[in-house]
Design a protein around this ligand. Structure first.
Ligand SMILES: [Zn+2]
Ligand SMILES: [Zn+2]
Length: 320
């Protein structure tokens, strides 16, 4: 499908033509040079201007200026037509060359690279962008692949607001993630549903592993703690009973059960279970400190109080 342009193709240039460096757009002071992009008046007044890149500027012997141009196609002029991801200012650099009268140039424009276009703070009427080259005869594009974004897997249309997910860094159309454009504009942070659920799982896993470890330790401790004390109690008691029995039989120096009990404690100390201080209950002074039988003082008969210093006080004070 050939593209119809105003003026048609100029026949072979006549002799006497010369190349020009620039051309001043008629009725303006705007200067067009080779390599510039220009807007050209369409034959149909209702149509948008054609966009072309100036390849050469020539003047013939009668000083008629012609420009050799390479056309940019608008998406709707391509064989495939305009697609959802095509922006309003999108152009395709075609392989369609032409020669036109310079009089059809009505203004200058800038065709940015796609990347530069997306970085523009303000897009003016003269700003366009091109990310594809277009073969007019076949309707083929170069590149024939382009990155796609969002759930809808569409190439980026710079006219459409998109929000970037902080997790996967993909971009999403608000409508594709059940959001209005207004809501999307207000967002400070955005996570797509997949990343959000991943995050939830991760958070709960982390939470579980951290808390479960602490929980297991705490539980284990709370379960074992009473057994620990039972164990200590049983051992101590068995030693105590053994020694008491021995004492009643052999401790002839003691006259009463009370003295016998005290002796048991002393015996216990000798076995290394206790580390005792012997107090006088009346004066609260330490009469003796000892941890073995050999150190057992002669002042045993004066002992009124026995205090263990090797264990928690609450369970270690024995008043006799
Ligand atoms: Zn989408
Ligand atoms: Zn994501």
């Amino acid at each position: 499908m050939a593209k119809t342009r105003p003026g048609g193709i100029i026949s072979k240039p006549k002799t006497g033509k010369r190349d020009l460096d620039s051309y001043t757009i008629r009725g303006t002071t705007k200067v067009v040079r080779v390599g510039d992009c220009v807007l050209m008046r369409p034959s149909d007044t209702g149509r948008p201007s054609y966009v072309a890149k100036i390849e050469a500027i020539e003047a013939d012997s009668r000083n008629n200026v012609k420009v050799r141009v390479r056309w940019y196609y608008r998406p709707e002029e391509s064989l495939g037509g305009r697609r959802q991801f095509h922006g309003a200012k999108e152009l395709f650099l075609s392989d369609h060359y032409d020669v036109q009268s310079a009089h059809t140039i009505e203004g200058k424009c800038i065709v940015h690279s796609f990347k530069n276009y997306t970085k523009l703070e303000n897009v003016g009427a003269e700003d366009y962008y091109c990310r594809f080259e277009y073969k007019a005869a076949t309707g083929g594009f170069t590149p024939d692949r382009v990155a796609v974004y969002c759930k809808c897997e569409m190439p980026y249309n710079p006219d459409d607001l998109m929000v970037q997910c902080e997790g996967c860094k993909d971009w999403y159309h608000p409508a594709c993630v059940d959001m209005t454009i207004e809501e999307a504009k207000k967002l400070d942070h955005f996570m797509c549903s997949e990343c959000a659920s991943d995050e939830d799982v991760k958070r709960s896993q982390n939470g579980f592993s951290a808390s479960s470890l602490a929980e297991v330790k705490a539980r284990l401790f709370s379960i074992l703690f009473p057994f620990l004390w039972i164990f200590i109690f049983v051992v101590d008691t068995s030693v105590l009973i053994t020694l008491m029995m021995g004492l009643f039989v052999y401790a002839k120096g003691f006259q009463s059960t009370l003295d016998g009990l005290l002796s048991v404690f002393i015996q216990n100390v000798a076995l290394g279970y206790w580390n005792l201080e012997i107090f006088c209950r009346d004066t609260n002074t330490v009469l003796a400190k000892f941890g073995c039988r050999e150190q057992a003082p002669e002042e045993m008969s004066a002992v009124r109080s026995v205090k263990c210093t090797g264990r928690p006080k609450s369970s270690c004070r024995f008043n006799l």
